[in-house]
Design a binder for this molecule. Structure first.
Ligand SMILES: [Zn+2]
Length: 146
């Protein structure tokens, strides 16, 4: 094995993926309360209640960088901080200016990620998945962007 080659034989930073599509994902979690409007009388989601929310962020890139990364997971720290500061142990009805459904929360988080995190990382957002329970989730998939 020569000194400037990785064990796989490709030089650092030029690992074209030759048609393969690779994604990474990271999970984040927070606890919050919400209440949904516009529902029939007696609907359980119309009452104030809480969830242990789980947020998954999925990223891709056309090429890997550094040692073979889409994005160093450590570079997602600003997103973790935003979730903690803005959502953890809060009432989502007070935090969001839209109805706090999983769907609209996923869209909100995707927009924030694209505006605040994506410019500083090599990867690009594929989707944000928001889960309120172990059995349910909403996925906001990002359309192709130039
Ligand atoms: Zn709920």
């Amino acid at each position: 094995m020569s000194g400037h080659q990785t064990p796989a034989g490709a030089p650092h930073g030029s690992d074209g993926l030759n048609g393969f599509h690779v994604e990474i994902s990271k999970h984040f979690a927070f606890e919050a309360a919400h209440r949904l409007g516009g529902l029939p009388e007696g609907h359980q989601c119309g009452r104030h209640h809480g969830h242990s929310y789980r947020v998954e962020v999925r990223l891709t890139a056309d090429e890997l960088s550094g040692p073979g990364f889409i994005t160093d997971f450590g570079e997602l720290e600003p997103f973790a901080a935003y979730i903690k500061q803005s959502f953890d142990h809060r009432d989502l009805n007070e935090v969001l200016n839209v109805e706090p459904t999983s769907e609209l929360l996923a869209v909100h988080l995707a927009r924030w990620f694209i505006e605040h995190v994506e410019p500083a990382i090599p990867g690009r957002l594929v989707a944000v998945v928001v889960s309120e329970t172990a059995k349910t989730s909403a996925t906001c998939t990002v359309s192709e962007r130039k």
